[in-house]
Design a protein around this ligand. Sequence first.
Ligand SMILES: Nc1ncnc2c1ncn2[C@@H]1O[C@H](COP(=O)(O)OP(=O)(O)OP(=O)(O)O)[C@@H](O)[C@H]1O
Ligand SMILES: [Mg+2]
Length: 369
Amino acid sequence: MSCFSCLKCHFEDVKNCDGDLGCSESPGSIRGKDAALSNQMANVARSFTFRELAASTQNFRAANLIGEGGFGSVYKGRLESGKLVAVKKLNLNGSQGNQEFIVEVLMLSLLRHSNLVTLTGYCTDGDQRLLVYEYMPLGSLESHLFDLKPHQDPLDWQTRLKIAVGAARGLEYLHCKANPPVIYRDLKSSNILLDCDFNPKLSDFGLAKLGPVGDHTHVSTRVMGTYGYCAPDYAMSGKLTIKSDIYSFGVVLLELIAGRKAIDMTKKTGEQNLVSWARPFLRDRKKFVQLADPLLEDQFPARCMHHAVAIIAMCLQEQANFRPLIGDIVVALEYLASQVEFSEDHKASTFVSHPSPSMTVLPLQNEQK
Ligand SMILES: Nc1ncnc2c1ncn2[C@@H]1O[C@H](COP(=O)(O)OP(=O)(O)OP(=O)(O)O)[C@@H](O)[C@H]1O
Ligand SMILES: [Mg+2]
């Protein structure tokens, strides 16, 4: 069995980990808090040998390749137990490395929620770094929104809302239930994975940071994340807050509604950055509906679309303080999802809304005029 030498770094190191800071890998015994952490990890994420993972993926056969990202290649595999997994193999020449690997393993070992992907295990044989996840049969949200294959049906309105609600619940867990809170920092449609019923799970915690505690309002970091999703305030100052994630959530919601990529260099100048392109529509309520993905073919309740765009507009506020909290977003999206009773012949104009429960769609109350 491979040894996970990085466990020798303290959990403190995860707090302090930033892209260019290395966790100490100096030899030393695992004691106290570290030992507890080690036990916890032993319960949840198991250590695999490279040989086991090679066998599970038929020697990383090209036919089993399901994706490629900054960390490395992702393969579908089957463990000896029969369980299907996704095996992510660090590209030893790539830009990401041991740091993201350690944070990913520690974060996913400490966090547990139905809207976060489960880490089955990891491998640290020699130089090799591999991550083993539960297999998500429908892949990433990105692959269901853009560049659809001829056989692929576009996502319908209900499914888009279901995905938005689940992703928001995952983020709510990170911001409000994890203690200390966790700032995800890499929310984007390629990191939202889907199970066979389109239930979404957040993945890729290699950039996640433990949030500010006590009187601190932010944590200072090297600016990391993905262009197009990164909050402008964070990009300019390096001051990371949970509101940075809210901005990224707004971009994902906009991608879901508009069916356009956060950054798309194949579009003409002025349309390549989704948020810049959408700003004029977001400023004028009468234009909200023009943001709708043409692939929806007007098959959505107009009122719900309106509310959803209002939520997006709030999440994308330039000033971080004006962005809503994730708890309010969850409530608002759950309400919108509960409103969807939409039969084939209901067009946008004919949608009938049901009496609302005691809550109101909170973000609309604060919406900028
Ligand atoms: N657990 C999983 N189950 C099924 N498919 C997965 C799983 N994890 C990743 N994938 C597939 O592999 C692709 C690449 O994932 P990866 O996280 O390595 O890169 P990315 O998210 O596209 O980019 P980045 O490196 O910037 O995060 C995903 O888009 C998805 O299609
Ligand atoms: Mg990813």
